[in-house]
Design a protein around this ligand. Structure first.
Ligand SMILES: Nc1ncnc2c1ncn2[C@@H]1O[C@@H]2COP(=O)(O)O[C@H]2[C@H]1O
Ligand SMILES: [Zn+2]
Length: 796
């Protein structure tokens, strides 16, 4: 049963404001059970208990659906209330808005979209947003999408844009903040977050958003029937739109737009110009909340500041410099808003109005002005109030206080004051794309991990309560464990806890710098040899021996081995479709790993190893746990992602996977964290007496192998230029961990990625560094010196 409780003060006004209320009867207790229809979170026949706290009004069976439908029919209105829709759809505003807009723009028909795949895509996206973020959650994405829809309806754009461009605009709005961690780029850099490393401190979040979006597009297969050129166009546009939302590049876009308008040379027949206009449209949509009617705008302002302040709290706790506009002790919502509206939003919307003089543009401008004035007034009133309070204390007390402050230097802690702090901050962080390149060189060295080590418990014993809320993250931030162990501290092998306790998607820097590689290969080789499937379903004699894998092993062999692996798994009753959703178990993924093999033989060994582990059923199990950890926040959703476990063969040769729904149920009932259940499960898996493969294996080494595989994923390769593997390999690379790096495909290589040894591009090098380190102790490749030419390390 899902309880929808309307927040105090936000319930009836939402609904009434859009005049959706039919004359519903009120019940005395204010509670009615109603069966929801299509506006339902998940399970069939789920009851929704809708309780309107404030005025005891409630809705009857089916009425919610009607309300939602009626509200959605006004989705083109600028005063559309996304909060209300979110309530009426039981938290699924993004899903319903997106689906509705696909229909409204006739995109399903035009592009022959499979509705189930489309729904899956949208659901995955929705799930990819963190509901724990006050602002950067799925409702914000829905709001931005609705704003984008309003812009697309404008005559000028409607006429000029093709259906593909409209669809891309909608998809980019839906996904533009996917997997946002609720903190900004500066925070990620300051805390040495793995994403910052991955993207060289440059448009870190936006890169992550678009790579994640791409991953989900592949995972859902919604556009898999597109021909190559259609797909390429879409991919290019999606990337350029999402990357444009980096707020630190505001000035760059604003100036370019102003230039075009001054010279009156925006040509909407030109594909590049159209793309630029769409970038601007998405940027406007992204910061359109100040242009909404006051009640809506105010709510967004409070939410975004709430998120800023949470980041500030976190910074304070970690003894990091507190970002001025995130410091609840020195600024206010009103000050932030006047700064943001006057110096960031207004200039952009003024140019937009020059570009598109319509009543909508006018309304937005006048709303921004009115809202900024409101915040100004609120700020002034607050100042006056503060002043009054300060004047009240007795003169003696004031003197004493002054003395104290002077003595202990507390004056330094006074807020920097002024109402333009946000503006100042924006100016400080403003930079152009060109600056990014410089940053790549400088930021990392200047902000060493040591310099920002916070006072965190070193033992790893910290309970979840000890960790600030904003550290609970999915792919975008390592979980608290990683934060403590690896992100906040120098990435030393010794600081990395080995064993069974945790395995997450690893930050690149946490890649094990193993000097026991050979031992690992040997051990795991014996594992494969002793696999219970040996000779039964998989012809191991035909495979290259792990210990003897060398340059002679063709990547194709790995690919075909993976194919056999998938046959094997289906022979064991595993649904290949399910398996394909997991990393390490599908042909394309192995192919991707095989590409790594091309880059580095040792990694190739591991790729093969990973495949074999997956055949042996180990990786799927481990991965499921990781998947559950990453993907879900509650036991019940975890359960949904685990049914594949119960389909694993239990014929004695495989493992008896001891995770069952009942266990999860009881965990839920006793308030146990899902991680604990999974961990326990894993422990019993490894302790499984009837499992000779496991018994023969050094558990630590096995875990280490898993870490390696994760790291391989993190250092994945965009195989976009390979005609055979285009979609699939990126699918797995992106969907598996949602942490796909910004690697360029080796397009300079004739014939694609399997045609000879690939020389890493300059862009790839920093990302491959950990892989190089990994092999430092092994014999084949020379260790990479920092100053050597990027290509040197891969040449013989
Ligand atoms: N009302 C607001 N007040 C202050 N900052 C905002 C407001 N709305 C949006 N922003 C900022 O503008 C950014 C636009 O991109 P994001 O959505 O990633 O993150 C957003 C916030 O950082
Ligand atoms: Zn946004």
């Amino acid at each position: 049963m899902i309880m929808v409780v309307a927040g105090r003060g936000h319930n009836m006004d939402d609904v009434a404001s859009v005049q959706l209320l039919p004359p519903f009867k009120r019940k005395r207790d204010g509670i009615v059970r109603c069966r929801s229809n299509s506006f339902r979170q998940s399970k069939k026949n789920e009851n929704i208990e809708l309780k309107m706290l404030d005025d005891k009004t409630c809705y009857q069976d089916g009425e919610i659906l009607q309300l939602g439908k009626r509200l959605l029919s006004t989705v083109g209105e600028w005063d559309f209330n996304m909060f209300t829709l979110n309530k009426l759809t039981n938290g699924r505003a993004l899903f319903h808005t997106s689906l509705h807009l696909f229909q409204e723009h006739n995109l399903i028909e035009i592009f022959k979209l499979d509705i189930v795949k489309l729904m899956r895509f949208i659901s995955l996206v929705e799930e990819g947003y963190h509901s724990s973020n006050p602002y950067h959650n799925a409702v914000h994405a829905a709001d931005v999408t609705q704003a984008m829809h309003c812009y697309l309806r404008e005559r000028k754009l409607d006429k000029a844009l093709s259906p593909l461009e409209k669809m891309t605009a909608i998809v980019s709005a839906i996904t533009h903040d996917l997997d946002h961690p609720g903190v900004n780029q500066a925070f990620l850099i300051a805390t040495s977050n793995h994403l910052a490393t991955l993207y060289n401190n440059c448009s870190v979040l936006e890169n992550h958003h678009w790579r994640s979006a791409l991953g989900l597009l592949h995972e859902s297969g919604v556009f898999e029937h597109f021909d190559r050129s259609l797909w390429k166009t879409m991919e290019w546009q999606l990337k350029s739109l999402i990357l444009a939302t980096d707020i630190t590049r505001q000035q760059e876009f604003l100036l370019r737009l102003r230039n075009h308008l001054d010279q009156n040379n925006l040509n909407l027949d030109d594909i590049e110009h159209k793309n630029f206009v769409l970038q601007i449209a998405l940027k406007c949509a992204d910061i359109s909340n100040p242009g909404r009617p006051w009640e809506l705008s105010k709510r967004w302002s409070e939410l975004v500041c709430d998120e800023f302040f949470k980041q500030g709290d976190c910074e304070r706790q970690f003894n990091l410099p507190v970002t001025p506009f995130c410091d609840r002790l020195s600024t206010t919502v009103a000050k932030i808003q006047t700064g943001f509206m006057n110096f960031v939003v207004m200039p952009l919307f003024k140019e937009w109005y020059r570009f598109n003089r319509t009543s909508l543009s006018e309304v937005m401008l006048s709303n921004i002005k009115a809202n900024a004035d409101n915040w100004d007034r609120i700020a002034l009133e607050a100042e006056a109030q503060k002043l009054k309070q300060e004047q009240e204390p007795l003169a003696e007390e004031e003197e004493e206080e002054e003395e104290d402050l002077d003595n202990d230097g507390m004056n330094d802690m006074k807020p920097p004051g002024g109402s333009h702090q946000y503006h100042t901050t924006i100016v400080v962080i403003e930079r152009t794309a060109a600056d990014c390149d410089d940053e790549k060189q400088s930021t990392k060295s200047s902000e060493s991990a040591e310099s920002i080590i916070p006072d965190l418990p070193q033992t790893g014993d910290s309970t979840e309560d000890d960790i600030p809320l904003c550290l609970y993250r999915r792919h975008s931030l390592p979980p608290p464990y990683m934060m403590c162990r690896d992100t906040m501290f120098p990435n030393k092998r010794e600081s990395f806890q080995r064993g069974l306790s945790r395995r997450y998607s690893l930050p690149v820097g946490a890649m094990p710098n193993s000097n026991s590689f050979d031992k690992l290969v040997e051990k795991l080789s014996s594992l494969v040899d002793s696999s219970p499937t040996n000779g039964t379903h998989f012809d191991y004699d035909q495979r290259p021996r792990i210990v003897s894998i060398s340059q002679s092993l063709d990547a194709k062999t790995l690919s075909s081995a993976a194919l056999e692996a998938s046959k094997l798994t289906s022979a064991h009753g595993l649904d290949p479709a399910l398996l394909a959703q997991r990393p390490y178990t599908s042909e394309p993924h192995i192919a991707m790993l095989a590409h790594q093999y091309k880059l580095n033989n040792r990694i190739g060994n591991l790729a093969y190893l990973a495949k074999n582990l997956s055949v042996a059923g180990i990786v799927p199990h481990l991965h499921s746990r990781v998947h559950a950890n990453n993907r879900t926040e509650s036991v019940s959703t975890c359960r949904q992602s685990l049914p594949s476990l119960s389909t694993l063969p239990v014929d004695g040769s495989f493992f008896n996977i001891p995770i069952h729904n009942e266990r999860l149920d009881s965990a839920e009932a006793s308030g146990q964290h899902v991680n604990a259940v999974c961990e326990e499960s894993e422990r019993s898996l490894f302790g499984e007496k009837n499992n000779p493969a496991i018994q023969n294996t050094d558990k630590d080494l096995l875990i280490e192998a898993m870490h390696c595989v994760d790291a391989i994923c993190l250092s994945g390769v965009d195989t976009a230029d390979n005609p055979d593997l285009t979609h699939q390999s990126t699918t797995i690379a992106h969907s598996s961990n949602h942490v796909a790096p910004a690697l360029k495909s080796p397009s300079s290589q004739p014939g694609g990625m399997f045609s000879g040894r690939h020389h890493a591009t300059e862009e790839e090098m920093p990302l491959l560094q950990p892989l190089q380190n990994f092999n430092k102790d092994s014999n084949s490749e020379p260790p990479r010196s920092k100053k050597s030419h990027p290509n040197d390390s891969f040449s013989h």
